[in-house]
Design a protein around this ligand. Structure first.
Ligand code: NAP
Length: 214
């Protein structure tokens, strides 16, 4: 992550478009451990944790705060509509993961903990910037066969088949475009804040089904 990347992104957006209305914090990558934790050194664990925290909660927080500084100029005093809700709001959406809601995989320890930290950030920022009419929400997608994950699951088919068994809705690997309606909703609504929408086919619901004849 470039130093001051959030500020630079906000400045470039305002220079190019004249204002800032919303932010989607989506970029990033997952570190997946390929050996048991007992086989890893403390340095390896520390380095991977620090990397994932920089890529997710640190980048998200700095971007969201810089964006909120700018958005508060426009949305801080918009007044209310006939429903008594803010007439307009700025919106920040962060991409979390099923791993944030269900941190149960040892290979995803660093990734899941960094994504879960983003939930704490979004809830804090939603409360802090709510009075400025800035909303902060998250989506938690399930597994998609995008470039990075595909390489991993091709090498570890047993992990892929566990996911396939566990997802309640099929197919277990979603189309990345399935997140679009939820993102559009969070961008255009004016009253939802501090929330996470899970879009994971039920992966994070960890229930064992004893009767197999449904
Ligand atoms: N795919 C899944 O199964 C899945 C599931 C749950 C959540 N997610 C989340 O969804 C989001 C998008 O993931 P994806 O599956 O679309 O991954 P992807 O296909 O690997 O794309 C990731 C994107 O993030 C950019 N990126 C990565 N690290 C960056 C950095 N340090 N600075 C700036 N840009 C960076 C990449 O840019 P370059 O191409 O230039 O490297 C790429 O455009 C991530 O937050 C991921 O954690 C994915």
């Amino acid at each position: 992550m470039e130093k001051d990347a959030g500020r630079v992104m906000v400045e470039k957006t305002v220079a190019g478009f004249g204002r800032l209305d919303f932010v989607i914090a989506n970029a990033g990558f997952a570190i997946r451990y390929e050996k048991p934790l007992f086989s890893m050194t403390s340095e390896e664990i520390a380095e991977t944790m620090l990397t994932q925290f920089k890529v997710f909660p640190v980048a998200f927080t700095t971007l969201a705060v810089e964006a909120s500084k700018e958005m508060s100029k426009r949305y801080g005093s918009v007044g209310v509509n006939e429903a008594g809700h803010p007439r307009e709001t700025g919106s920040i959406v962060v991409t979390l993961s099923e791993a944030a809601l269900c941190p149960l995989r040892d290979d995803l320890l660093a990734y899941a903990s960094a994504k879960l930290a983003c939930v704490s950030v979004l809830r804090t920022l939603s409360a802090t910037f709510g009075p400025l009419n800035i909303r902060v929400n998250g989506i938690a997608p399930g597994f998609a066969n995008t470039a990075g994950p595909k390489k991993f699951y091709d090498r570890f088919p047993e992990i892929k088949s566990e996911i396939e068994k566990r997802n309640h809705l099929k197919p277990p690997f979603m189309h990345p475009g399935a997140v679009v309606p939820a993102v559009m909703y969070l961008l255009t609504d004016n009253y939802v804040t501090g929330e996470v929408i899970a879009l994971d086919g039920g992966y994070n619901i960890n229930m064992v089904s004893y009767f197999q004849n449904y």
